[in-house]
Each structure stands twice: as C-alpha cells, then as structure tokens.
Design a protein around this ligand. Structure first.
Ligand SMILES: *Cc1c(COP(=O)(O)O)cnc(C)c1O
Length: 394
C-alpha cells in the first residue's frame, strides 16, 4: 500500500460513534471512575483525544516515535530549547527564521545559552563552529528567503560524533518532500501554520522525535509549560494534513513553471528555487528531498527597494502578505517585512538584497500566476522608480 493511502487510513474512525471525521473533544476535564482511574485522559493540557490524533499522525508522517502539538511553531521551537542549560551552545543556520532568531537572542541568551550562526549549506562551517559546549545543531532547509539547502545526513554525522542533538525545522519542505529523522536528525519541528494547516486559517506548531525517551522529556515540558494546541485547531490541522500530499504536488509543479519563467524574464536578475539546475545546492536538494517546494525568491536587475515595491503594487492574484503555504499565492518583500529587523548590511550579505521578492505559490493555475506577474512587470517597466521609500499598498 502506498504511504499516502496508509496515512489517510491511519486517521482513525471514531470508535464510539463511527464518525468518519475526528471528533473535536472540546473539554477541559474528564470524569474519573475513581481517583486516578480514568479512560486515558484526565485534563486537556496533559492530553486531549483530538490533539492525540494529530500528534500520532505527525509522528507517523515524519517517521518518528513521539509527536507533540503546540499553540504555534515558535512554541514548539521553545520547547526544544528547554532541553538546554546555562552554558550550553547552539550552532544554527544563519538564514534562520526571524522569530527563532528573536527567541534565541532576546530570550534564551539572557539565560546563558549562546548561539553561533553559520552558513550550514557549507557542511565544513558547521564542523568548525562546534565546541565542547555545543549541545544542539539547528537547521532549516530550505531556508527563508534564499532557499539554501543544507546536507542533513552529513550534518547528522557531525552532531552524533559530538554528542549534540540535530533539530531540523521542516516547515518549508514538509514530510511530503523530506523526512529529516530518516536522514539522522533527532528532532523535527514545524510551523503547522504554513503547509500542514495549508489554508491560512490557524496558528499551530508540531514537533516529532525519533527517540521515545527524548519524546517523553519534551512531552513533560509541553505539559509543564502549557503551550498546547487546542482541540479545534488540532482538528483544523488534521484536516489540512489530509490533503497535504496533493497540495504539495501541485505547489511544486506550479512553482517550477513560475521559476523557469522568471529565469528568462529580462527584468529579473537572480531566481532562487532549489529545483533549478542553476541553484547552488541543487544536487543536495535532489538527494534528500522528493521535490523542491512552493517558495521562490527572485531579485531584479534594477536592484532597488523602489523597483520591488512598484512590482508588488501591481500584482493582483499574488497578495502582499507575510506567511506562506496557503491556497492563495502571496508575495512579500523580505527587506521591509520578515527581515526588517536585520541590519541592512548583514541582510544584503545573506542575499536578501533590496529588490528581493519572495513568492509563496498557491494552488491557482500556473498560467494565471505567470500572466499576473507579466502584467505587473509590464506596468513597472515604464515607471520611473526613485530610491525614496514609498509605502506599498495592499
Ligand atoms: C512561520 C515559521 C515559524 C514560526 O511559526 P509560527 O507558527 O508563526 O509560530 C518557524 N519556522 C519557520 C521556517 C517558519 O516559516
């Protein structure tokens, strides 16, 4: 049986009523037969039947042992960092999600946890950054917004040899394309807000461990700290995951068409998409993933903020918004949106130049998306752009 068929049928039919959709157990507590004697549930922070279905489902999808569901992707990341103690160090991808950077630097640094940021797409750099204090290696692959790819299997070997855990933020690839635990990672985290939820209608986070003892430790922190996902949002996430493979297949094929079209456009400079042969890490992308995802970034020949802001003003199908992974295509300008808090020089050095734009390819037809970009380019072609910051309108 194919793994997709198996996945769909591993979502249980309700044993009490036969309901084919997972029931939403919107309850805080569960009546006990005698003190401490219950049907497996006593209080919904510790355990909830709807959340439990989601937790088992993501563990199965990621080929791990323990799944845990949180109120947001950042809450899942926060739970992993609670494994560390004062004096411990993290080696992290330099292109890291801004919220994770803020959590590491503005929250955990004050507890004496130090983070070294390196270009993890160069495995040698990871090796060089390891010290005897390194307890955790943190990867995102592909990264946001320049879609750099890191070699998970090679970095897992470095982690093992140095007694450090490897955690991969798998939000961009999703388990439909890449399962880091099968490549040697210890923990996978997700912002389920993005592709797993898939409909831009919730905030949720997930984590999965390979090892059950590590899973039990993290489950203890989940309950002790209380950042759990509620029953209704757990149900929405399950419903999203039911169509994950279909959606990802479509996101990937449309994104490749759009990326190829952008690559030949006279106003476009660089196109970043791991599925293009010109992508710096194309070979690793092919080796470790089944597809290249739905995110594309590109810069303009006229590398000014004004040229980029002019273009986002004219797209109609591509909506100007943060986030990604939903059914509607989105466009964003990282320098002014997701990456605004990073100093301009550092940002540019990481490839996030002033004209860089990021696309989250939705489920519209490729030809309609291309037509939308074409008309937006046409409108900007003759517009005189100035370097003066002009507020973009949604
Ligand atoms: C959005 C995102 C997060 C944070 O998730 P939230 O659900 O917004 O808390 C973490 N990592 C990546 C790669 C993301 O894109």
């Amino acid at each position: 049986m194919s793994s997709i068929t198996e996945l769909i049928h591993s979502i249980p039919v309700d044993p009490l009523t036969g309901a084919i959709s997972v029931p939403i157990y919107q309850t805080s507590t569960f009546v006990q037969d005698a003190p401490g004697v219950n049907k497996g549930y006593d209080y919904s922070r510790s355990n909830n039947p709807t959340r439990a279905v989601l937790e088992q489902l993501i563990a199965k999808l990621e080929k791990g042992s323990t799944g845990l569901a949180f109120a947001s992707g950042l809450a899942a990341i926060d739970c992993v960092i609670k494994l560390l103690k004062t004096g411990d160090e993290i080696v992290a991808v330099d292109d890291i999600y801004g919220g994770a950077y803020r959590l590491f630097n503005a929250v955990y640094e004050q507890f004496g946890i130090k983070v070294h940021y390196v270009d993890t797409s160069n495995t040698e750099k990871v090796f060089e950054a390891i010290t005897p204090k390194t307890k955790l290696i943190w990867l995102e692959t592909p990264t946001n917004p320049t879609l750099k790819i890191s070699d998970i299997a090679a970095i897992a070997k470095i982690a093992k040899a140095n007694n450090a855990l490897l955690c991969v933020d798998n939000t961009f690839a999703t388990p439909a394309l890449q399962t880091p635990l099968t490549l040697g990672a210890d923990i996978v985290v997700h912002s389920a807000t993005k592709y797993l939820g898939g409909h831009s209608d919730l905030i949720a986070g997930l984590l999965v461990t390979k090892n059950p003892e590590l899973g039990a430790k993290l489950k203890f922190y989940q309950n002790a700290c209380g950042n759990i996902l509620g029953p209704f949002d757990s149900w929405l996430t399950i419903r999203g995951i039911e169509t994950l493979h279909l959606r990802i297949r479509q996101h990937c094929s449309t994104a490749l068409e759009v990326a190829k079209w952008l690559q030949q456009h006279p106003l476009v400079d660089q196109v970043y998409y791991p599925g293009l042969k010109t992508h710096a890490n194309h070979d690793i992308a092919i080796k470790q993933a089944k597809g290249f995802g739905g995110i594309i970034s590109f810069s303009l020949k006229n590398d000014t903020e004004a040229a980029a802001l002019e273009l986002v003003k004219h797209t109609e199908l591509f909506k100007l918004a943060e986030s990604l992974g939903g059914i509607k295509s989105l466009i964003s300008h990282p320098a002014n949106m997701t990456h605004k808090s990073i100093p301009a020089e550092k940002r540019r050095a990481n490839g996030v130049v002033d004209s860089l734009l990021r696309l989250s390819i939705g489920l519209e037809e490729a030809e309609d998306l291309i037509e939308d970009l074409e008309q937006a380019f046409e409108k900007t072609r003759n517009t005189k752009t100035t370097s003066k910051y002009e507020k973009a309108t949604v």
